[in-house]
Design a binder for this molecule. Sequence first.
Ligand SMILES: O=C(O)CCC(=O)C(=O)O
Ligand SMILES: [Fe+2]
Length: 334
Amino acid sequence: MNQMFLSSWNNGDSSVPPSYVQLPENRPGKVLSSSHEAIPVIDLGGGDRAHITQQILKASEEYGFFQVINHGVSQDLMDQTLNIFKEFHAMPPQDKVNECSKDPEGSFKIYTSGENYKKISIHFWKDSLVHPCPPSGENLHYWPQKPSNYREIVGSYTREMNKLSLEILEIMCEGLGLEARYFCGELSENPSVASHIYPPCPEPSLTLGVSRHRDPTIITILLQDKEVEGLQVLKNGEWIGVYPIPNAFVVNIGLLLQIISNGRLVGVEHRAVTNSRIARTSVVYFVYPSFESIIEPAQALIKGNNTQPIYKSITCREFRTNFYQKGPKVRVLR
Ligand SMILES: O=C(O)CCC(=O)C(=O)O
Ligand SMILES: [Fe+2]
């Protein structure tokens, strides 16, 4: 093991090691209070489908982010999922590494800061676990077996996420005027699940948990720890805090959906900051297409509206390679 996990690190002198200190221009700085401008909260359980569709589209165009409540996923399963990941991150470092080493292809990852720890000189204040969770369940034999009910709980959770993501994407299709179930099959068949832990940090004003980025996904569904703020979204040059609402999910548009919608829905920059008080855990479900899928503006949007495609066709594999080579600040898609 060549890196220490922050969640197992006990720093007696309570200062931030120099390699975690962000450059002044990247430090958290000022944030708009979440009461000033909150990202939209959409009730999926109540009311009129057309109204829900219109709210989702508006939020996806204006913020690239929204929260959903009454989404049909049980509160119990949400609590169990957060707790199992907390238990995972609390295990001894060698156990975490062993539990992520079963797949010979190395698709299960546990790391501190970011995947490119060795390449970047300034580190992030988080540990992460990430692995594929295909709805077919085909890689289940590689999943962690510690904590003992990991497979059962995370398996149920990711099946629920698969359902919820397809429901949300179906609503987006309706709103965009695309054929219903456009995203079923190859555009959503390669999801992964991640869990981040951001341990308490002695000097939060100097550090970041996740730097400013947009997600290379179709959509992302995030479950945040209750009552621990940290996620922030960039809007008109200002950072807005995403206030954790109990039992809500945060949904955001990824860059692949931005391409498919020909720029109508936007993948917006976001980041996570740390705090000195309490560890924050998040569980993230990334909706990814199969690597061979071709990502391009949907034909129906081009022909139907008599507009030009503003993005080129690209395979998902190529997109992801470019994205990771250019780093988290990838901006130019055209
Ligand atoms: O943990 C969070 O709140 C944000 C994580 C995130 O943006 C990501 O994993 O892409
Ligand atoms: Fe993200």
